[in-house]
Design a protein around this ligand. Structure first.
Ligand SMILES: Nc1ncnc2c1ncn2[C@@H]1O[C@H](COP(=O)(O)OP(=O)(O)OP(=O)(O)O)[C@@H](O)[C@H]1O
Ligand SMILES: [Mg+2]
Length: 260
């Protein structure tokens, strides 16, 4: 990040204790609009804990969060959502029996005009039109809007889940998207699809934090990579300056921290 831009999301000195376990130790972290930052680290390094703090699911024991420069305190995930931060919950959050358009519109349904709308009837045609427009804007092609999610492949579902979070970001380009291992269960081609979608969303100005164990994915899609090791940030480096074996060294702990 250049000094003239404000980070979309910034953490300063964030600590997290779970009882006696110190999951995070004075973490500084930021992501700018249009930037994809990879968060790497071995099992138990603290990646999910950090995302949970960013998404309002957990409150940090110490430290400060800022959204577009404003100090914030999240007491619940809804606080983070209101601040324009979306965490992608994978399969969990899609309703299998419902079609793509209905899934994309859960929680922001368009009601039919007049008395039917007052009675809570959904305007499915208007929802399909809106979702088609949004997916076009994201450059996403999955399947027909009327197809139930249970008839989609894993990759298509993942794309729908990602797209849904992307469309919910407030004010288009100012949002922050948090992804915890979005490709963990995906094959090669599906991973490529998700990778392309992440890149397109970033190109539209969305700030993205990507937790992954997939090093080739991280180096392919991320502008910058931060590495956690046992709750400490040991590296934070532009991807183009990061050598693969250095990243592996920081992940495993065989390479000393950039910051000590
Ligand atoms: N709810 C919790 N209660 C107690 N300890 C926890 C809790 N959640 C995580 N921890 C501990 O905090 C540390 C960091 O866990 P975290 O889930 O953030 O790791 P991670 O980097 O996401 O690992 P993985 O790659 O395996 O998903 C671990 O030591 C873990 O045991
Ligand atoms: Mg995790």
């Amino acid at each position: 990040m250049t000094p003239t831009t404000t980070a979309a999301l910034e953490l300063e000195g964030v600590d997290m204790h779970y009882g006696y376990v110190r999951a995070l130790d004075t973490i500084d972290f930021h992501v700018a609009q249009g930037e994809v930052v990879g968060l790497l680290g071995d099992n138990g390094a603290g990646k999910s804990t950090l995302l949970k703090i960013m998404s309002g699911a957990h409150r940090p024991t110490g430290g400060t969060l800022r959204v577009h420069g404003e100090k914030v305190e999240f007491h619940a995930p809804s606080d983070a959502t209101h601040a324009g931060i979306q965490m992608v919950y994978q399969d969990l959050a899609l309703v299998e029996a419902l079609d793509i358009a209905t899934n994309l519109n859960i929680g922001r349904e368009i009601l039919r005009p007049g008395i039917f709308g007052l009675l809570g009837f959904v305007d499915h045609r208007a929802q399909r039109r809106r979702s088609e427009g949004e997916l076009d804007k994201l450059g996403v092609r999955t399947a027909a809007m009327t197809r139930p999610v249970e008839m989609l492949s894993g990759g298509q579902r993942q794309v729908v889940a990602l797209a849904r979070s992307a469309t919910r970001l407030t004010g288009d380009a100012s949002g922050v998207l948090l992804l915890d291992e979005p490709t963990a269960a995906l094959g090669y081609e599906q991973t490529q699809q998700v990778q392309a979608l992440i890149r397109r969303m970033a190109d539209q100005g969305i700030a993205i934090v990507l937790v992954t164990h997939n090093l080739p994915l991280a180096t392919a899609v991320c502008d910058r990579i931060a590495v956690l090791n046992r709750g400490r940030k040991v590296a934070d480096i532009a991807t183009k300056e990061a050598e693969n074996d250095h990243l592996v060294g920081w992940i495993t702990g065989s390479r000393p921290s950039m910051f000590s």
